[in-house]
Design a binder for this molecule. Sequence first.
Ligand code: SF4
Ligand code: SF4
Length: 340
Amino acid sequence: MLKNILSRIAYSTNHINVLKPAAITFDLTDRCPLRCKTCGKWVSKGERQELDTQAWKTVISSLRQWLGNYRVCLSGGEPFIREDIFDIISFAHKQGVYVSAVSSGYPIDEAMAKKIADSGISGLSITLNGITPATHDFTRGVEGSHARALRAIELLNTSKKNMFVCVETVLMENNQREIPDVIEFTKEKRLNGISFQALYNKTSFLPYDYNHHFQEENAWHLNSPLWPKDYHKMHSTIDEIIGYKKKGYLIGNSVESLAWMKRYFQDPNELLAVKCMVGLSNFSIDPYGETRLCFNMDPIGNVLQQTPKQIWRGKKAVQQRKAVKGCKNTCRILMCNSTA
Ligand code: SF4
Ligand code: SF4
């Protein structure tokens, strides 16, 4: 707690040298077999050379040297389509790094579930956007993706050792009526919890090999068919989630962040009252080594040319922290951007 308060003071007074990143993400690939309506990663042509196994191992080691034991989340794209994924996880695990990952579950068959259980990974989140195949498959853009997600959850549940298996769900118009059933499902399967993300602009989740430049985008929801048509209904859904949490169900979001989600779905600009904290804690490395504090802004360096510590303390990072403090976007609602 005290450490948290001191970090925030150091951040707001620009004494960044005393800070270190706490939310580290390796986006291992832009490639993905799904076609989600909430994400544009899959438009990647996969033509740009991704960091190879050795380059990721070098990154893992230099972060270990700088930070000691640290936590990293492996993401993408779909991280489990990389052939060297288990080599990367095992290497990090042997160095004492706490590794978690997010996946659609799509590529996880029986053999892969066993490898995941043996890899040393600490936790895995599978996205489940609905209890019915129709809802989940619609949002994910590929028929059969619901069956594959359920298969992954079953297999991981059977083969897991000390690993946490959780569910992540994006809240939107199309799935709000199914949320209680999804929560009950996580309890019935004895999973380690469920976390909710609020719907955000799909064009913020483009592949990093795409020519995408930062822009303010606070009116996107007006044209999104996935945005709740009646915010009162979404408020009721979120109140139900809070009710489950109070009854002891394993809901990963804080009550405070769920309350912010209600305000966001009523009017996204309400979020501007909350500071975006990505400059304080985030350190996100993309498939090509480009590194960012904010996933939407330009890179502050590349791990092929500098060490993570040099990047974190470099001039571009200082400039980006200023830009973050003045940013008027509302993707601070996303859990990885530390709203509450
Ligand atoms: S949200 Fe995840 S599973 Fe869906 S297209 Fe994007 S990277 Fe793939
Ligand atoms: S709100 Fe935060 S995460 Fe979103 S674009 Fe602005 S600085 Fe980046």
